[in-house]
Write a protein of this length. Sequence first.
Length: 218
Amino acid sequence: MTEKIKVAIADDQQLFRQGIISLLKEFDNIEIVFEAVDGKDLVSKMDKSAEKPDVILLDIEMPVMNGIEALKKIKSKGYDTKVIILTMHDEEEMVIHLIETGANGFLPKNEDIDNVVNAIIAVVDGDYYFNDKFSKGMLKSLITDNHINPRFQDNQLNDIETEVAKLICEEFTNKEIAAKLNLSVRSVDGHRERILKKIGARNTAGIVMYAIKCKLVK
């Protein structure tokens, strides 16, 4: 049996905590170890809990101690725990500050649960996770300024996959890509899935980061 990923969640909204915990319990590879009502409660439970989480889902805006301060304290204590920030903010300065403080991923609070699980798995595997709302410009800035260093090898894509990846980066839909490359939409869907599998990415943001890192796009 594969070892479960231990997850903790820190959010001051009880209904949100209960909702996401209920959804995560449906996944056999996820185990909830504890929940916290604010940053201070999170730090306290990290100190006291015999079972440390592999991943923390951390809200930024909480009373008593906010998520940023909690993240600083957790990292200063040397805990080897990945942290995914739950926030609706995507300002570049804030994202850079959180990455430098130790954040590993970013999700909006209304994200689909499958994407939440994808993010959890990604950060446990040592990757950064950004949802698809992050702009190409911001991702490029994060990579070129060495705020993040995605673990991609040199370009592994064939010519048609490279063209599809470039058009994905330009935010064309699958239907538009199909028209540009004289392919069926189903073929484009297939190329996209093969690209994700080849490069080990989980969403469009991962394809964009790959294309930037491998200098497929400017």
